[in-house]
Design a protein around this ligand. Structure first.
Ligand code: GUN
Length: 294
């Protein structure tokens, strides 16, 4: 039976580490980390995520600013709002919650964020630095996965890592990070997507399988090599009348089937998900302490 990789416990540990650093900073009279989040529109899921991020800031002793903007805001006005945060010396980190309304260019918005404050690690400058293995802010989900592999001491060097999905937020950066000459890293990486032929066969050759394609229970036991490490990035709500809420959460991996054959696996919920906020806080701390751009 696989080791369950507990993202909830690990993320709490990281948040405690951050909170104790904030206490030290306060005692030294240093700069309290300050995160600004821009939320455009009233998408329910985005509101939930942003509120969770702001709440997490309070819990570790950070300052936070939430800028809520109407769905109808023009692209130029949004770019002006970003400029204001860029210019505000008190704010260390800025995130613009995605997705954005269709009339706004995500490329223009992302490129407007000052790389020094880009604690999501989404700007071209920071993606480039990540690919070059220069100091940078690593995006929340990839950072969370690296941290789980590290803290559970799961060997990656020389292993075959298969990534399913090529999104800019997870699959693409994950494939770069796992191939870097670093620890975790040093994998032989295969990135797969909707056009990949023989996906099941490729997946079955993975020592480390990272699944981020956004399809409920896509990965079944026949797609997993016995003893593989399985990282499930998916999260989906499905109706379940037996639950008080009326729904339950499942991932991109058929957990009950895969857990018995894997050596280690992240559950959903409680795996990768909770790690993402801890990663964002960590990047904001790096920004406040000027550890990336000095
Ligand atoms: N939407 C989904 N994931 C993310 C994230 O990590 N950061 C931002 N800003 N928006 C998201």
């Amino acid at each position: 039976m696989a080791v369950r990789i507990d993202g909830k416990v690990t993320s709490e540990e990281i948040k405690e580490e951050i909170a104790s650093r904030v206490k030290e900073i306060k005692a030294e009279g240093g700069k309290i980390p300050h995160l600004a989040a821009i939320l455009v529109g009233n998408d329910g899921a985005s509101q939930t995520y942003v509120n969770a991020k702001v709440k997490a800031c309070e819990k570790v002793g950070f300052q936070s600013t939430l800028v809520m903007l109407k769905d109808s805001i023009s692209e130029d006005d949004l770019l002006d709002e970003i400029q204001k945060v860029n210019d505000n010396a008190d704010i260390d980190g800025l995130i613009v919650q995605l997705p954005l309304p269709k009339h706004i260019s995500v490329e223009k918005v992302t490129a407007k964020i000052l790389p020094e404050k880009d604690v999501d690690g989404f700007t071209p400058a920071n993606v480039g630095r990540m690919a070059l293995n220069w100091p940078t802010y690593i995006s929340a989900t990839p950072y969370g996965i690296l941290e789980l592999l590290k803290r559970y001491q799961l060997e990656t060097s020389g292993k075959h890592c298969v990534v399913i999905g090529r999104s800019h937020i997870v699959g693409s950066p994950m494939s770069i990070l796992m191939a870097r000459n670093d620890n975790p890293g040093n994998c032989t990486v295969t990135i797969t997507h909707s056009r990949t032929k023989n996906l099941a066969e490729v997946a079955r050759s993975a020592d480390i399988l990272i699944v981020a394609l956004g399809r409920p229970e896509f990965v079944t036991a026949d797609m997993v090599k016995p003893g593989a490490v399985v990282i499930d990035v998916g999260i989906h709500r499905i109706e379940d009348a037996s639950k008080k809420s009326g729904y339950r959460l499942i991932g991109d991996v058929k957990f009950e089937e895969v857990e018995p054959i894997a050596s280690a696996i992240t559950p959903v919920p409680g795996g990768v998900g909770p790690m993402t906020i801890a990663a964002l806080l960590y990047n904001t701390l790096l920004a406040a302490e000027k550890k990336i751009y000095s």
